[in-house]
Ligand binder design. Structure first.
Ligand code: CIR
Length: 253
């Protein structure tokens, strides 16, 4: 069960965030409303939400998931691969000191964005992507091992982050899309294959038996409902314009 969630309000500069989506610039006012609804939905799932102020220095700073990995025993501050995002982690480290006595850090030349990390019990799958390099993944695995966890790498070819195409919903249920569907690493999961026309919906989040699902993906919504979860629909259209989704917008622990 998760007790805490940390989010950061989107900033006006988000319109200049990194994107490959080709969906135009986000509407800041609408993004703010969608973010407020996201927070309300998380509260419904029984977690305490810590809301950080918008940070205009970093256009992508609402995507807090990338700057730290929060485990049951420690928090690991990452070192973002995207240069315009490097520095977002500094304040997060201070915030996480309120929740963790053990805080670790990824060091140069390692880069990691925690959107590339999927927790499955005590094991962590780490995507090797344009943002997370081999050195960063290796550092991450040795830190995890120090706390009794394990980690393994999953090379990415197309996706931005590992969790752009995977979401673990507990109970062995795994939403899986695109390049990951045929990857034998995931063969023992109960795979819920996300149809190609709903690819973005692979980025859902499990929060205490609720599953937050992005608005506009009825097939995925139905498949998750059938598994018995309480489905919460959240509109993330403005964050999608920046390649971001439900998982990217929070740290859950
Ligand atoms: C970026 O490119 O870094 C942001 N525009 C989107 C980050 C999405 N984060 C995530 O998937 N964890």
């Amino acid at each position: 069960m998760f007790k805490n969630v940390i989010v950061r309000k989107p900033c006006k500069a988000m319109v200049n965030g990194i994107t490959s989506a080709n969906l135009g610039k986000p509407d800041f006012e609408l993004a703010k409303k969608q973010h407020e609804f996201y927070i309300e939905t998380l509260k419904k799932c029984g977690v305490k939400v810590t809301i950080l102020d918008a940070d205009e220095k970093y256009p992508d700073s609402c995507f807090v998931e990338d700057v730290a990995l929060c485990t049951k025993k420690c928090a690991i501050i990452t070192r973002p691969g995207a240069l315009s995002r490097r520095g977002e982690e500094v304040e997060m480290k201070e915030v996480l000191k309120k929740f963790y006595s053990d805080i670790e850090e990824i060091k140069e030349p390692g880069t990691v964005e925690a959107g590339d990390i999927m927790m499955v019990g005590d094991h962590f799958y780490i995507g090797l992507s344009a943002r997370t390099n081999k050195d960063g993944a290796e550092q991450m695995i040795s830190i995890l091992e120090k706390y009794g966890f394990s980690g393994s790498v999953v090379p990415l070819n197309e996706m931005l982050h590992l969790k752009s195409g995977l979401a673990y919903l507990e109970n062995n249920n795994l939403l899986i899309a695109g390049e990951f569907i045929k990857n034998p690493v995931f063969k023992d999961f109960n795979k819920i294959i996300i149809p190609e026309d709903e690819g973005y919906a692979a980025n859902c989040i499990w929060v205490n038996d609720h599953v937050l699902v992005p608005m506009g993906y009825p097939k995925t919504q139905e498949a998750i409902k059938k598994l018995g979860y309480k489905v919460e629909i959240v509109d993330t259209s403005e964050f999608r314009k920046l390649d971001g989704g439900l998982s990217c917008l929070s740290l859950r622990f």
